[in-house]
Write a protein that binds this ligand. Structure first.
Ligand code: SF4
Length: 249
């Protein structure tokens, strides 16, 4: 029986082009959830991330209501992935555990990779995990590497494949990590990122911090940082946020 008290607060739902990471340029339906457990210095979400701001606008949906809404408003067949973004979508793990099995589309989870205890119920239904590695120097978040280590460890040891759970043609779960950096990145942070990447076989995406639609650091600094990473680890790409250049959401 469906639980009508199981509601999520959602800031916005829209279709656009993925502007970050390995799946850049793919058409996605973005479901942006309210609230976040972190408070990064560079957060640009259009609502207070660390808690739900009751004065802000949001929509409340039960899993059935969200299912009906997205199927009525969007052509789900025309999109590559439904992107669960935020905020931090894993805050709403009880909601997602009920919503995700209903929808026969691939799911892309954008997460700050820190709420490991909420991952278990959601993980079987996710095709792509775009996980952040938060640098204390740029994000202001401390102890992030320990939290990420636990998070990636659970994914690595998960035996559940989304193809089995969802009974459709899934070509395996993909996990990659995105690192937002600026000129304050330290050699120790670079070592910690590479440690995690090697331990969990992660492709790393280096993303220079933006301020508005401008890069926050010089091209030389960007290339210096990229060279430091790539001299020690080969599965790495430098990809700025593309949607800001295209001026789309
Ligand atoms: S994890 Fe993302 S949504 Fe949460 S505070 Fe950091 S940048 Fe904002």
């Amino acid at each position: 029986m469906n639980n009508t008290n199981n509601k999520a607060k959602i800031k916005e739902i829209f279709s656009s082009i993925q502007g970050e990471g390995l799946y850049i340029g793919t058409k996605q339906l973005f479901i942006r959830f309210c609230a976040c457990n972190l408070n990064c210095d560079y957060c640009d979400t259009p609502f207070l991330p660390q808690h739900i701001n009751e004065r802000d606008t949001f929509f409340e949906f039960t899993p059935d209501e969200l299912y009906n809404y997205i199927h009525k408003k969007f052509n789900i067949n025309s999109i590559n992935y439904i992107s669960l973004t935020g905020g931090e979508p894993l805050i709403w793990n009880e909601f997602l555990a009920e919503f995700l099995p209903k929808v026969h589309t691939k799911f892309y989870l954008e997460t700050n990779a820190t709420i490991t205890e909420n991952l278990e119920k959601v993980l079987p239904y996710i095709d792509v995990i775009a996980a952040d590695i938060k640098l204390p120097s740029c994000s202001g978040i401390q102890n992030s590497f320990e939290l990420h280590n636990k998070f990636f460890n659970v994914i690595k040891h998960s035996k559940i494949d989304c193809a089995i759970t969802r009974q459709y043609d899934c070509d395996g779960k993909k996990v990659f990590a995105k690192i937002i950096f600026d000129h304050r990145i330290t050699d120790k942070e670079i070592e910690s990122c590479i440690y995690l990447a090697k331990m969990y076989d992660l492709e790393l995406i280096l993303q220079p911090r933006m301020i508005g639609n401008e890069l926050s650091i010089t091209n030389k600094t960007i290339m210096d940082v990229f060279d430091k990473f790539s001299s020690k680890y080969k599965k790495i790409r430098l990809i700025p946020q593309v949607h800001k250049f295209l001026d789309v959401e």
